[in-house]
Design a protein around this ligand. Structure first.
Ligand code: NDP
Length: 443
């Protein structure tokens, strides 16, 4: 049996209930096999066994009191997966679906994504099954303070630097930072995604969505195409989706559909992003409100957003939101490229279907790396105690996304992978981390 299969079977036997983690591990392990087979040191040094076992996984109780005086207990997680190339770095997800498997899958993916950025950041992820939706600001603050009261002892500017993710936006990061500072008396870059008045970076809010579109532009340019004039469908209407839409529109694309977890809107004339921002960022309401701004648009709670014909599909909501049937529909409707703004939004069979149909498929760990890249730039600014201009950060982001594409292209050429960006991204990220792990000895 090959080394990769042996390691995967061991994982599957040890963690039968961690479906999302196994899915991510299988995808990475399978695609890096050609590189693993080339270097016997990986097996000798048990690189894959060490890479798939987190350095540590911290689980903790998060008690808090709601506005009626009722006590709630949520579960907090921080998985510090791998710090071979830098301090652990990865977001905090606040969503009722959060469990250890999801945090491990995200933390594992983060190792390779962070390596691809070319910046010195390791992989980690955390979060809680707390749902900020429908909670008052005071309740969210009570949760965040309780969460940080345990988390603070495990993190630090040179140790582990959490950030936002689903459910963790500027408000939550502010409360978390306030509590960290209060407990430790340290004013340091321990979180990213901070507000601009206390160490945040310009362009961090936009980074993941903008970076996704920059990455897709690189892919299209290599085929003699551009974003301009393309019809685009974007799932989600959160941070990633909103700024992907903004950049796509700036570059001349027509975005015709967006969604939230209740339904999706179709606007043949092109999405009115100001309306989406008002509904989602200001009023924190449901996307169904969109039709009150644009009466000619349609709102659907049935059917699939992926039924809308498009040239570019950008899934930017959550994991496994685009399945095989969706892929078939998109292909039938002539989709040219798919870029994952979310983490693992495409099921493995759908991803394979795109690739075998010749659709350009950009995996999240490359396509959405712009967010963590600018987070790392936020860390640099905090260490320097300086703030760079929006244009400077945006320019660096563009360069980083082009650099990621370049690394992937080089691996694809070396291994004869054609346009298999999944294998290209996994191998490029893996080789960098594995090289550092080999250098550090058995630790
Ligand atoms: P947000 O919480 O800002 O937005 C998430 C969006 O997805 C919302 O529109 C939400 O709808 C929708 N959504 C969430 N869960 C589901 C579900 N089960 N079914 C359908 N829709 C759903 O998160 P982000 O935009 O920050 O993150 C989106 C994805 O991008 C995640 O996979 C995240 O891990 C990934 N990512 C984010 C980065 C960042 O910088 N923010 C960086 C790299 C990756 P609703 O409002 O109804 O909940």
């Amino acid at each position: 049996m090959s080394y990769v299969k042996e390691v995967y079977e061991g994982l599957a036997a040890n963690h039968p209930h961690e479906g999302e983690f196994l899915q991510a591990a299988e995808e990475v392990l399978t695609s890096i096999e050609p590189a693993v087979e080339k270097n016997p040191a990986y097996r000798q040094q048990a690189i894959l066994e060490r890479l798939t076992e987190p350095d540590r996984a911290i689980l903790f109780r998060v008690p808090w009191v709601d506005d009626k005086g009722v006590v709630h207990v949520n579960r907090g997680y921080r998985v510090q997966f791998n710090n071979a190339i830098g301090p652990y770095k990865g977001g905090l997800r606040l969503h009722p679906s959060v469990n250890l498997s999801i945090i491990k899958f995200l933390g594992f993916e983060q190792i390779f994504k962070n390596a691809l950025t070319g910046l010195p950041i390791g992989g980690g992820k955390g979060g809680s099954d707390f749902d900020p939706k429908g909670k008052s600001d005071r309740e969210v603050m009570a949760f965040c303070q309780s969460f940080m009261t345990e988390l603070y002892r495990h993190i630090g500017a040179d140790v582990d630097v959490p950030a936002g993710d689903i459910g963790t936006g500027a408000r939550e990061i502010g409360y978390l930072y306030g509590q960290y500072k209060r407990i430790t008396n340290l004013y340091e870059g321990v979180l990213t995604g901070k507000g601009l008045t206390y160490g945040g970076s310009l362009a961090r809010t936009e980074a993941t969505g903008y970076g996704l579109v920059y990455f897709m532009s690189e892919i299209l340019a290599a085929k003699g195409q551009s974003i301009s004039g393309k019809t685009v469908v974007i799932s989600g209407s959160g941070n990633v989706a909103t700024y992907a839409c903004e950049k796509a529109q700036q570059l001349g694309a027509k975005v015709v559909a967006m969604s939230d977890s209740n339904g999706w809107v179709y606007d043949a004339e092109g999405i009115d992003l100001a309306a989406i921002k008002q509904i989602k960022e200001v009023e924190r309401k449901r996307i169904r409100e969109y039709v009150s701004y644009r009466p000619k648009a349609e709102y659907h709670e049935t059917g699939r957003i992926w039924d809308v014909p498009c040239d570019l599909a950008l899934p930017c909501a959550t994991q496994n939101e685009l399945n095989l049937a969706d892929a078939d529909t998109l292909i039938k409707n002539g989709v040219f490229a798919v870029g994952e703004g979310a983490n693992m939004p495409t099921t493995p069979d759908a991803a394979h279907r795109f690739q075998s149909a010749g659709v350009l498929f950009a995996p999240g760990k490359a396509a959405n790396a712009g967010g963590v890249a600018v987070s790392a730039l936020e860390m640099s600014q905090n260490s320097q105690r300086l703030s760079w201009s929006f244009a400077e950060v945006d320019e660096r982001l563009k360069g980083i996304m082009a650099g990621i594409y370049g690394q992937i292209r080089a691996v694809c050429e070396e291994f004869g992978f054609g346009d298999n960006y999944v294998a290209g991204a996994n191998i490029a990220g893996f080789q960098k981390v594995a090289k550092s792990m080999l250098a550090h000895g058995i630790v």
